[in-house]
Design a protein around this ligand. Structure first.
Ligand code: ADP
Length: 392
């Protein structure tokens, strides 16, 4: 017995429908001889009932039958979801191409010609059963894969939520450390000598670094867990750019770097203001950190649908080999400014997530070593917050 026959025995049956008793018997004998389980019937009406009540694996249908011919029976089988996927092979004496085409149109998969020949019957049946097995196997695999995928997604969400919760717990004591160090440094509770001041300043710097790391991690985890809420509101872009420039102006002045804005016109946006400010601040603070000369330029251009906010610096630039890693987490490139610049290596990773997942836009970066870098943020002027980000 061949492998497919034994597989068939393990599975369902073959329903054979033919109103001519001799043909029916012949087909049943050939198939049984190979070990298939056969359910023969000479009545199309009973065959339909039997197939619907107890779906077989494969159906062999005589084309020419009174009352209901094979094509009509096949059409009805294909209409019911219990039987629509069962392969149907027609058994037909008609050689005309017209009938074959009609057979395929009503959902048949193959033809066996009359007079019936044993080899042809067995070959066509085994091919269809083999195809069926392969299809079932593929369906099972794809079901298992999508289940595994779903589980992974849930685990990933859980991981991100865990990190967000843990980080939140860390933030409260850290804020105390930073603010009480500040109180000591301001000498509110008593004088501090130079050595104490130096130590306290180190504590404060380390605390601030840790706080910004934790804040970034909370944001990243929330976005990855789909828990970051997006609020769209109307606001003038010029106001937001001014606010961002105001927060870096002191650092820029320390390095004698001029800040310039260029815009033919300033649009009003309808998007998440806080998140957009976060992106712009990251570009600008990087531009100041990684530059020794200016100017730093913010360029605004927009169409009806989109706005492009560009931050260009004349800083140290990024090498060609580092560029592909620019938006990866914890990537910080070697340079003489690396130590003084400070940073976590999460800024651009987070900014890209905000730009794509929350603001529905994209970031494009260009840079040349020792010449400077340009970051473009291209976003819709107006968004309807996509509720992929679920409410907590
Ligand atoms: P960081 O906290 O280190 O600034 P980012 O994710 O913002 O982290 O940036 C990653 C790295 O990309 C930086 O450490 C720096 O090496 C490089 N980089 C980012 N912006 C600039 C820039 N404007 N000019 C030169 N290098 C930059």
């Amino acid at each position: 017995m061949s492998e497919s026959n034994s597989l068939s025995l393990a599975g369902g049956e073959i329903l054979v429908v033919d109103d001519t008793i001799e043909s029916l018997r012949l087909l049943a004998d050939i198939l049984r001889g190979e070990g298939y389980r056969v359910r023969p019937t000479d009545s199309p009406r009973l065959a339909l009932e039997s197939a619907l009540n107890n779906p077989p694996e494969l159906i062999l249908l005589d084309v020419k039958m009174p009352v209901m011919d094979g094509f009509e029976l096949c059409r009805r089988l294909k209409q019911d979801e219990r039987t629509s996927d069962i392969p149907v092979i027609f058994v037909s004496a008609l050689q005309e191409i017209r009938d074959r085409v009609r057979g395929f149109q009503v959902g048949g998969v193959d033809f066996i010609s009359k007079p019936i020949q044993r080899e042809e019957v067995l070959a066509r049946v085994s091919v269809q059963l083999e195809l069926l097995r392969m299809r079932q196997h593929l369906e099972e695999r794809s079901r298992a894969l999508s289940e595994a995928n779903q589980k992974l997604k849930e685990l990933d969400k859980l991981k991100s939520m865990f990190i967000a919760t843990m980080s939140h717990e860390l933030r409260t004591p850290l804020n105390s450390i930073i603010s009480f160090t500040g109180i000591l440094l301001q000498e509110i509770v008593g004088e501090v000598n130079d050595r104490q001041r130096d130590s306290l300043e180190r504590v404060q710097r380390a605390g601030r670094h840790l706080l910004s790391l934790i804040t970034d991690i909370i944001d990243i985890s929330k976005i990855e867990a789909g828990r970051m809420e997006v609020y769209a509101e109307d606001f003038p872009l010029q106001e937001l750019v001014d606010e961002a420039l105001a927060s870096i102006i002191l650092e820029a002045q320390k390095k004698e770097i001029a800040l310039v804005t260029e815009a033919a016109s300033w649009p009003v946006l309808h998007t998440d203001r806080r998140r957009l400010l976060q992106c712009l601040l990251n570009f600008l603070s990087n531009a100041v950190k990684y530059s020794e000369k200016g100017p730093i330029t913010v360029l605004i251009s927009h169409g009806d649908e989109q706005v492009e906010i560009t931050v260009r610096d004349m800083g140290i630039g990024i090498s060609e080999e580092d560029m592909p890693k620019l938006f990866e987490a914890f990537e910080r490139f070697d340079s003489h400014l690396r130590v003084t610049a400070g940073g976590t290596g999460l800024g651009l990773y987070l900014t890209k997530k905000i730009a794509t997942d929350l603001l529905q836009g994209k970031i494009v970066a260009e840079s040349k070593l020792n010449e400077g870098s340009t970051f473009h943020l291209i976003i819709p002027r107006s968004i309807v917050p996509a509720n992929t980000q679920e409410e907590e």
